[in-house]
Write a protein that binds this ligand. Sequence first.
Ligand SMILES: Cc1ncc(COP(=O)(O)O)c(C=O)c1O
Length: 487
Amino acid sequence: MVNNNNNIPYFFITLTTYFSCAIIIAFGKLRHICSLFTNLQGYSTISEGHEHFIMQLYNRIEDCFERPICSSPDAWFDVVKRVANDNNKIQKRTKNVSRCLNLGSYNYLGFAAFDEYCSPRTIECLKIFSASTCSTRVDGGTITIHTELEEHVAKFVGKPAAIVFGMGYVTNSAVLPVLIGEGGLIISDSLNHSSIVNGARGSGATIRVFQHNKPSHLERVLRENIAEGQPQNHRRWTKIIVVVEGIYSMEGELCKLSEIVAICKKYKAYVYVDEAHSIGAVGKTGKGVCELFGIDTANVDIMMGTFTKSFGSCGGYIAGSKELIEYLKYTCPAHVYAISISPPAAQQIISAIKVLLGEDGSKRGAQKIARLRENSNFFRSELQKMGFDVLGDYDSPVMPIMLYNIAKLPAFSRECLKQNVAVVVVAFPATPLLLARARICISASHSNEDLIKALEVISRVGDLLGIKYLSTTPVEINTLGDSSHLS
Ligand SMILES: Cc1ncc(COP(=O)(O)O)c(C=O)c1O
């Protein structure tokens, strides 16, 4: 990630972060050495290397993660209170809950809570088909809902065909190894999601990384690697796939797709776009980054996405040419050997797509998309005005607020929770060590009052922790209408 803002005291933050990490590592190593003497059954320890460091780190801040929730992930949800009497190691659930403003779920369009169109249909589907098909797609696990879903997805994203899988993560990690192997070249954005990294590694193809969202560097990597050919024999690459994300999940940034598509065309490389966070969330009618940037979907060879964000369900998809989808149906282990997507989950997606396309007979879909954009742009502009260092682009509902120092991570999370605002905080290994952050996800179901409350709480916590790194003077929070010029 590149951030050249000179107001931010990088030197101080770097020093204090490294210092706090050094202490944690030193104590972790000490404890590890002691455990070798006390644990003498002849087994080597399961946790090794940096996993050990991660455990040392997260034990202390365990209360900020995996907080049990006992309601749907709507604008507000119920967070179960926990207690720990052993230095935070074991978090015990209590019977108490706090009603919190939800700034962490990927419920961008609000479909994950009760929906007047989707929920009754999903419940009806559960009654007819049950929760599971108990079979793979090629055996007894293809039901009418699955084929209907694939038709709807293909139509929605604007491709001739689509295939759906039970999990978004598996879609990337199981599809990439089928598309490419030894002799092939994957060129991956440096900040691509772990599912892409694992898929690329599992493929056996050569992997090269280009600087995050920097088309000029992509072109350099492409040119150099095409000139050199395969490392062992300098033969031509069997194929080249460039993998990017529509919206980067930890950065909130929109992909520079127009430039990337143009470069890929020039060098005859396939384009693979993961739209996990962008499908449904951006574009005039929610059709993702191609619609947002006015790019013909014919220019993107492999369109991947998940149903776990905007559609309020689970699973993932690949959309592409009929030939590609047929090939995946014969060869992809996640289709041939894994259980098919749960029927009610599939029905939920079909219903959400119908709402977005207005096929439910209402304008709710269009309103949700417009509302998400307004909410996101308002929230981002207010955070920036307050002096927070916010990553990402306008129109993106993902808003990382930079904390930098890992020590600020639990403090931010706990202080917000005390004021009934639930946030997600992210640090190493999901981000580089010095780039800890809170990641806000905005939803169309947030009301104006919700957003104002969230801004007030985050502002107070920001003052308390000294994380308004770009702050000049105190600002008053606008109402949503005041920043509507941004939407
Ligand atoms: C870019 C990206 N791709 C894939 C996934 C995996 O999707 P899922 O959570 O639906 O398994 C995620 C998860 O958030 C993601 O951010």
